[in-house]
Design a protein around this ligand. Structure first.
Ligand code: ASP
Ligand code: MG
Length: 468
């Protein structure tokens, strides 16, 4: 443990207010005391990002009174956080002055925006960047307050450079790794904790960008990979990544170990465990990621590495509010053509395809997609195929369940077990697909059957048992 190097991310309920900030800082302190090196990545205080998005809506409508109320509330919340997180008066005062100055800058930006009544993606990212700038300064103050040597960095000051896809910018990894190493490496070696804003970065020209919602995870893995740390710890308010959503399956339990691929598969199916892009930098350099509970730090959590253990099925995910489009043509010679046209069309209109299944003998294909995309998709499909002899049907009120685990690769009987379990509940399956990687089997059922089916599969694979 001593001498180990970590990147730790504190987000969501770990940075709700001053006392949670203090507690997060205490965790950092515990590692530092044991001789570890730590980089801390900090998210905005919980709800602040959503709040800024909301007030940008007000700005777009020119509602200056709403902006004033927002700014006052933001000040009060961060001032309270400062009071609680930082005990030493002088330090608190100087941190608060910086924080207040930045909140006023945000206020001016919002006023200008209200005047123009226009929010561009570039302005949005700039405004959103304040959430992390404010929280991380307070976090830094609290580190220093608790006697930990620390230095404050924005994402760009830490060296993260991205392209200009505002809203979900992609890091330019070559230059980023080089800069992060140059700027943070020596501090880490000297036992100083860099406190870095999550989520935000800048283009090579210095224009502020964001890495997409939940992007602090991404910041953590980028910095972790650049510095080749021993482990990236994502502190959350759960005991790890769960076998299923515990709100739906109360018997769900944390998964001790999983592979990057399995975690990626889970995020694809909507489990908000980790930012999807975040897995890549870590997996490329084989840096382990651990998801740990901030309220329960002695619990091991979930360790994500390149190694897949042999358990057949590890986790279940469920996408609700889906729909199915069924298209069928006449001659089978048309099948391939129709399928290609259809998928291309859905991609063009930006409809998300959750799963596809196609029977070989006939020209018919089923596509599951989010219900919110259904109307648009149907309209486009009908007009595209108006000339052709193709029948288009749909079904609403669908949910898709994904059964995930790399141990199912090449193992017979997994599908049988899933579908038996579902059949025993008297649930009818609408659609089935298996990923080519054999990492997941997904199926669609009626919305009202979803939880029943989910529980049945969870039970059938013994995911409920403590040492499955
Ligand atoms: N504050 C950002 C968000 O809410 C980033 C993060 O929390 O990771 O999406
Ligand atoms: Mg957040």
């Amino acid at each position: 443990m001593a001498g180990s190097r970590y990147v730790m991310k504190f987000g969501g309920s770990c940075v709700k207010d001053g006392s949670t900030v203090r507690r997060s800082v205490k965790i950092v302190g515990d590692y530092v005391e044991r001789g570890c090196r730590v980089v801390a990545i900090v998210s905005a205080l919980s709800g602040v990002t959503d709040g800024i998005l909301g007030v940008l809506g007000s700005a777009e409508k020119g509602r200056e009174d709403e902006i004033r109320v927002f700014i006052e509330k933001l000040k009060a919340r961060h001032e309270n956080a400062c009071m609680e997180a930082i005990r030493k008066e002088d330090l608190r005062k100087s941190v608060w002055e910086e924080v207040e100055r930045e909140i006023e800058e945000l206020g001016r930006l919002l006023s200008i925006t209200a005047y123009l009544k226009e929010v561009t993606p570039r302005i949005r990212d700039y405004a959103l960047s304040f959430g992390e700038r404010l929280s991380t300064r307070i976090f830094w103050g609290s580190l220093v307050d608790q006697g930990i040597r620390a230095e404050y960095f924005t994402g760009w000051e830490a060296g993260i450079v991205t392209n200009d896809e505002f809203g979900s910018a992609k890091p330019l990894l070559g230059i980023t790794y080089q800069e992060v190493r140059r700027r943070l490496g020596p501090l880490l070696d000297a036992g100083i904790v860099p406190a870095v804003t999550g989520f935000i970065a800048a283009t090579p020209d210095g224009v502020i960008t964001t890495l997409g919602r939940g992007g602090s995870d991404y910041t953590a893995t980028i910095i972790g990979a650049a510095l080749k740390v021993d482990e990236i710890i994502l502190w959350k308010d759960v005991d790890g990544i769960m076998t299923a959503d515990p709100k739906l399956v109360p018997e769900a339990r944390p998964i001790p170990r999983m592979s990057y691929d399995e975690a990626l598969e889970l995020t694809y199916f909507g489990a908000k465990v980790i930012h999807p892009g975040a897995l890549e930098p870590a997996s490329k350099d084989s840096i382990p990621i651990r998801v740990k509970n901030f309220y329960n730090p002695s619990v091991e959590g979930t360790l994500i590495t390149g190694v897949a253990e042999s358990n057949t099925v590890k986790a279940l995910a469920m996408i609700r509010d889906a729909a199915i489009i069924l298209a069928s043509g006449i001659g089978s010679s048309e099948a391939l053509n129709m399928n290609i046209k259809l998928l291309d069309l859905l991609a063009r209109i930006g409809a998300q395809v959750i799963m596809i299944s196609q029977a070989s003998s006939q020209a018919n294909i089923s596509i599951a997609l989010p219900r919110e995309d259904l109307k648009r998709a149907l309209k486009a499909v009908k007009s595209e195929f108006a000339e052709d002899d193709i029948k288009v049907d749909y079904e609403e009120g669908i949910c898709v369940i994904a059964v995930i685990g790399s141990g199912m690769r090449g193992k017979p009987g997994v599908a049988a077990k899933i579908f038996n379990a579902v059949a025993e509940e008297g649930v009818n399956i609408k659609m089935i697909a298996q990923g080519s990687s054999e990492l997941n089997i997904s199926f669609a059922v009626r919305e009202e059957d979803g939880v029943k089916a989910l529980k049945a599969v969870h039970r059938a694979f013994g995911l409920t048992l403590p040492d499955n």
